[in-house]
Ligand binder design. Structure first.
Ligand SMILES: CC(C)(COP(=O)(O)OP(=O)(O)OC[C@H]1O[C@@H](n2cnc3c(N)ncnc32)[C@H](O)[C@@H]1OP(=O)(O)O)[C@@H](O)C(=O)NCCC(=O)NCCS
Length: 189
């Protein structure tokens, strides 16, 4: 497991799937704001992106479940996706259960994804795209040193309207693991 100061990133367990589907996938508005694919219903037991436990076939996409370090409760999911080993870049994505938002977990998840991308995977650049009104995601990324590189105008169709997305990037040489307001040690468990 990868550890931040508040969260751990571990493999997806079968037990996580019904919770992620009920609390994240089944929220049509949140899903539509967070994913570039249209929402579709997923039957219990069916395969969708959040129900993949072990995705050995897709080496470009690493899926984690996010858990609380203290007690191990499931908090959400985190992904490193679009891993490009030639250009040494990847995208990050994350989603927390509604009751777990706004408590600093997201900022810590981004920090651990940076550690995984830069240190474990040896990447050079990480990026994130998010809706321009997603203050929490923008904050979690910027708190970790991501900078706004551009606005993708009307790039996302969200529940009946086109919305702008912000593209943020972080280069390894600009990454300061301690840029957050607290110091933190990572270790593998
Ligand atoms: C986006 C998300 C992962 C952020 O995680 P989080 O734990 O809620 O965010 P944090 O508590 O770490 O806060 C990050 C920053 O945003 C601010 N923030 C948090 N919630 C906010 C809100 N609702 N409105 C405005 N600012 C907010 C925090 O104050 C913090 O800023 P600071 O470091 O300057 O104090 C989480 O809110 C979530 O899962 N949202 C739904 C799914 C989603 O949007 N995923 C991203 C798709 S690209």
């Amino acid at each position: 497991m990868l550890r931040g100061s508040k969260v751990g990133l571990r493999a997806r367990h079968e037990d996580d799937i019904p919770v992620l589907q009920a609390e994240l996938h089944n929220d049509v508005v949140n899903y539509s704001r967070s994913d570039d694919q249209p929402w579709r219903p997923v039957a219990p037991g069916a395969k969708d992106s959040q129900s993949v436990v072990d995705d050995d076939k897709n080496q470009a996409h690493v899926r984690f479940s996010v858990v609380e370090l203290d007690g191990g409760a499931l908090l959400g999911f985190a992904n490193l996706w679009g891993i490009d080993n030639h250009n040494r870049s990847a995208h990050i994505g994350l989603g927390l259960l509604p009751s777990c938002r706004g408590k600093g977990y997201g900022t810590d998840v981004v920090a651990v994804l940076c550690h995984y991308g830069f240190v474990v995977r040896g990447l050079h650049r990480l990026q994130v795209e998010t809706l321009s009104d997603n203050a929490a995601m923008l904050g979690a990324a910027e708190r970790n040193g991501f900078v706004r590189e551009g606005v993708l105008r009307s790039s996302a169709w969200v529940m009946g309207e086109f919305m702008d997305e912000v593209l943020l990037g972080l280069l390894v040489q600009d990454w300061k693991p301690d840029s957050k307001p607290r110091s933190k040690q990572y270790s593998k468990g």
